[in-house]
Design a protein around this ligand. Structure first.
Ligand code: GTP
Ligand code: MG
Length: 397
């Protein structure tokens, strides 16, 4: 089994008895419990405000081969100890979200210089030092990459055709983008993944929690509840929807700048959950592009928009790598009125998004509740189409 981390109960393809399962319902909910269930999202949002001390030694635990991890553990250093970083700069870097050696090591000099208000040549030196300490940025041999890729988890949607098309599930350490017109099922998939990620590995989950950046106010706790009830039936286990809601951390993003800023809070939250029994294994941004599209109107604004989007995407990629998390983003389509042949839609976000997302899926409506997902871009999988169904209890074959 390629993914074994944090799965306290290695379960085969059958459901465990309800009383042994950590997220099974312990007893029937009483009135107080159900009122709490309704405030589950609010709790999560409050949770989002906390600040935590980040320990650099934790940063690559999940994605480094054991030898490198040992080196880092023996040689723990904080960002203050990097040459060229005084307490004031360290503070600025942390405020800008660069709160680990790894985050600095993979930043670009202009990004670091801009956010921490330091000179670009200083930024270059700091990044070089961080790369040496974190042991990133050099060449890796094929066998080392193979070793790191063994950590990649696969999150199943629970729809056989889609999961097969994705090579057994949606990968962690990668960005998966879905695009499609309104009602094509993007938000439905996001909800279903937020439920499934909490299931044990043997049931297609990653036994983790989820962070959702909701830009369109479309997160619905009651939809999660229905889907958890669907999962209970499917796996013949009595799951507690309230427990699932507690592991979903939702923040509304009110504009594109706010959306970008929320990534800092998301990183802090993920750092704080890293050593718990439910580390963050899924980050959802629904919708990735809506604010950018609404705010940057007209040709003259395109370069600015793409630059910001690019920065945001790199923060997402970094999050996926550092936390061994799946990153799931949704995107709208624009109609191409000049397209007389073929499908008259294409995703917005331009080349930057196209090149940064690892997997791209195009969703479209079919008859009734049926939807079609088409894999249009992937580094290692053949293009293909898969059919799935949206039902009141979630997504099925
Ligand atoms: P936009 O965000 O508007 O671009 O669309 P989207 O792609 O996110 O669409 P979304 O995932 O919200 O899909 C909405 C569609 O899902 C609805 O039009 C319904 O067809 C379907 N749907 C949502 N909830 C249910 C449900 O409880 N039961 C069933 N059968 N279908 C549902
Ligand atoms: Mg939506």
């Amino acid at each position: 089994m390629p993914y074994t981390h944090d799965s306290p109960i290695p379960i085969a393809n059958h459901a465990p008895p309800a009383h042994t399962h950590p997220i099974a319902r312990p007893q029937p909910m009483d009135a107080t419990d159900s009122s709490k269930a309704k405030s589950g999202v609010g709790d999560a949002m409050v949770h989002f405000q906390f600040h935590f001390h980040f320990h650099p030694a934790h940063a690559k635990r999940l994605i480094l081969p054991q030898r490198q991890f040992d080196l880092i553990t023996m040689n723990e250093i904080s960002i203050e100890e990097l040459p060229g970083i005084g307490p004031a700069t360290a503070e600025k870097l942390k405020d800008a979200g660069f709160n680990s050696i790894e985050a600095i090591a993979v930043a670009s000099p202009s990004e670091l210089a801009g956010t921490a208000e330091i000179g670009e040549s200083t930024a270059v030196k700091i990044i070089a030092a961080a790369r040496t300490s974190a042991d990133v940025g050099g060449f890796e041999t094929g066998d080392a990459i193979l070793e790191r890729r063994k950590e990649i988890g696969k999150l199943k949607l629970g729809c056989t055709e889609v999961d097969n098309m994705m090579g057994g599930g949606f990968e962690t350490q990668a960005i998966t983008e879905v695009y499609g017109e309104f009602g094509s099922g993007k938000t439905q998939i996001a909800h279903q993944l937020a439920v499934n990620v909490q299931l044990p590995v043997g049931m297609g989950g990653l036994y983790g929690s989820v962070i959702i950046i909701d830009t369109e106010n479309t997160f619905r706790p009651d939809r999660i509840t229905s889907m958890v009830e669907g999962a209970s039936k499917r796996y013949e286990t009595e799951y507690d929807p309230e427990e699932f809601l507690k592991n979903i951390h939702v923040a509304r993003a009110y504009n594109s700048n706010h959306q970008i800023l929320l990534m800092d809070t998301a990183s802090e939250l993920a750092d704080s959950l890293r050593d718990t029994d439910k580390p963050v294994r899924l980050l959802i941004v629904d919708s990735l592009t809506a604010h950018f599209r609404a705010e940057y109107v007209g040709r003259g604004t395109l370069a600015d928009r793409q630059q910001k989007l690019n920065k945001h995407l790199h923060a997402l990629m970094r999050f996926g790598d550092l936390h061994n998390a799946m990153v799931f983003v949704t995107n709208q389509v624009m109609s191409k009125p000049d397209a007389f042949f073929g499908d008259p839609t294409k995703p917005i976000g331009g080349h930057i998004l196209g090149h940064t997302s690892t997997f791209r899926l195009y969703l479209r409506k079919s008859k009734g509740d049926k939807r079609v997902a088409k894999l249009v871009d992937s580094p290692n999988l053949p293009d293909g189409e898969a059919l799935y169904t949206v039902t009141p209890e979630g997504l099925f074959d």
